[in-house]
Write a protein that binds this ligand. Sequence first.
Ligand SMILES: [Zn+2]
Length: 303
Amino acid sequence: MASAANTLSISLEDVYAWCDSTIVLCWLSTPASKLKTYVSNRVVDTICRIPASHWRYVPTDYNPADIASRGAMPSKLISFELWWNGPTWLLQPPSAWPANTDWRGKKDLLEAKPVDMFTATPPESFIELFSSYIKLKRIITWCLRFVCNCRSKQEDRLFSSQLSLDELQITETKLLKCSQSRSFKADKESLLTTDKVSSQSKISHLHPYLDDKGLIRVGGRLEKSDLAVGQKHPIILHRRDCLTKLICEQLHVDNLHVGPTALLAILSLQFHVIGAKLLTKSISRSCVRCRKVYARTTTQLMG
Ligand SMILES: [Zn+2]
């Protein structure tokens, strides 16, 4: 855009951009700090080129670019005035252009960042207090429900004696994000700001990216395969983090104390653990039940 304006000797202050998506216009007029990371990064990139006040709404019926995305036969395109000349009102002064709504109030259109109850990454010493991943997840979920209830109005509070699957999944995501913040702090900051990690990073060969929940996942070219999302883009964890160890121990128990090779295969359905082989071997070796079952029997020395 800057290059075109420079070639045509037009000041960027005189350039207006048009969009027929009310959601995009709402994002552009919202402070980036209130948007989810993925949207926020792109909004900042866009308004650095053209300020938010220079973005205007064009109704779909007057949008010349619309036919380019939908496609048209040459016979129709040749006589399609909108494509060749743009909307007629564009030749008029700005007062004759379609009214520009103030999109800032359209909260229902907003890709807003959820309020995060975890204000800081819990230290490993806290996670190490728990011997079971399920117990850790349930206790944290009860704590989060308590905080959420304290912040909510009386009629919005949850009093059920059971935790819902949604609540548990939210906690799991938070725990995994905290684990990644401990293990890949620099990589996460780099992904948040530049969408890529340093070439010196230990996970650069995995082409990591941040998903819409803020989890670091393995990138790659399996997007169109029929595999589940967890297998196509597994969540990256490090074997040295205590949460990874708890998850691995839980999978070992849930799957009837499988051996290290099977445990590795089960783990890879959801996670890509750096140093996974060493971790699965150590889990099997340190499991008391497995040691009892697979212990070598001693034989009497004869003769
Ligand atoms: Zn075992």
